[in-house]
Design a protein around this ligand. Structure first.
Ligand code: UFG
Length: 338
């Protein structure tokens, strides 16, 4: 089966291409390379022994999107990673975020209908839950008002898919990711943040590598055991594998609804200080860090109830926090050598 991976040169997309090819799927990547690099195609080939098909395309442009579906016949499913993803940037450029993130989905779905393609996997986010009232958080927990246009596009995408799947032949699964970190064991693919990283783990690895002077830990007075925020960090390879099982579930007609939602996390919450400790322990590298004021917009704590994904998808995260931080460091070291 040929699967179109939008944004397949990006961080999560590239790892998913590897897992799909390992599972026997053919992969076509469409990516505009705005926040990714084409070298990833060769890396995927080095890991899997197979070169994915590739087209550089801006899918938010309907003409370019249609061309992908016309030029490459035989697409049977789509996994949608193509999106702008920086929370802060979305506050400054909301129109761009709505146009890009939602426009891509609409263009892709329109073409899926035209070509009779029935399976769609959407990158969603635990950000749809906002600050949880009860932990661990279940898929049935209420979706809260979004606090950024980025988060809002994830919510709207889920709502659009509910109406679209109800009235078309399209089946969809929205995977609500928790915090993906780490890199492929080969250290051939990983996260390539643009400029100064916003996220914790790339900031840690760049600080350890001497690219940044010091990690600032945002907030020391949160109502958590050590005063720092808690997240459910998940290894990007585990996350990639969840896409393969989600796709197979629809192909094998095991989905129970036209649109389903799954939490994709480990079920364990780690504080910022625990992540730093894990990094130091797994790599043997001492990190330079200090406390700084809270970062605006951060939720205090969230981790997933993964029982629904385990039961329905037969999927469970395998990697622990130490293997996540170690693989992130191995990737950083390989990057520094180049
Ligand atoms: N943090 C620091 N210092 C840093 C960077 C982060 O202390 O330099 C802290 C944050 O305050 C937070 C934790 O590390 O407590 C994790 O922060 P990240 O930026 O790595 O991740 P977030 O949980 O804020 O956001 C991520 C994704 C979003 C997604 C969200 C869903 O970046 O795209 O998870 O909750 F929407």
């Amino acid at each position: 089966m040929k699967i179109l991976i939008t944004g397949g040169c990006g961080y999560i997309g590239s790892h998913t291409c590897v897992e799909l090819q390992n599972a026997g799927f053919d992969v076509l990547i469409a990516d505009n390379l705005s926040n990714s690099n084409q070298v990833v195609i060769d890396r995927i080939e080095r890991i899997t022994g197979k070169k994915p098909e590739f087209i550089q395309s801006d899918l938010s442009d309907n003409g370019q999107c249609s061309k992908v579906f016309e030029e490459f016949q035989g697409i049977e499913g789509v996994i949608n990673f193509a999106a702008s993803k920086a929370v802060g940037e979305s506050m400054e450029k909301p129109v761009m975020y709505y146009k890009n993130n939602l426009g891509i989905i609409l263009n892709v779905i329109e073409n899926m209908q035209k070509h009779g393609i029935k399976y769609f996997v959407q990158s969603s986010s635990c950000t749809v839950y906002g600050e949880p009232e009860a932990l661990p958080i279940k898929e049935t927990s209420p979706v809260k008002d979004a606090t950024s246009p980025y988060g809002h596009t994830k919510q709207i995408a889920e709502q659009m898919l509910a109406f679209i799947t109800a009235s078309t032949d399209i089946n969809a699964i929205a995977l609500r990711y928790f915090n993906p970190i780490g890199a492929h064991a080969s250290a051939l693919i990983g996260e390539l943040p643009n400029g100064v990283p916003n996220n914790l783990v790339p900031f840690i690895t760049q600080t350890a590598a001497g690219i940044r002077k010091e990690l600032k830990v945002f907030g020391s007075d949160y109502p958590t055991p050590d005063g720092t925020c808690i997240r459910d960090y998940i290894h990007v390879v585990d996350l990639a594998k969840a896409h393969v099982v989600a796709l197979k579930r629809m192909v094998e007609k095991k989905n129970k609804e036209k649109l389903e939602f799954f939490n994709i996390g480990t079920g364990h919450g780690y504080s910022v200080l625990e992540v730093i400790n894990s990094f130091e322990k797994s790599t043997g590298v001492k990190l330079n860090w200090s406390f700084a004021p809270r970062r605006a917009g951060d939720i205090i704590q969230i981790w997933a109830d993964t029982s629904f994904a385990e039961r329905e998808l037969g999927w469970k995260a395998q990697e622990d926090i130490n293997s996540m931080t170690l693989s992130a460091w191995q990737w950083q070291q390989k990057l520094d050598k180049k």
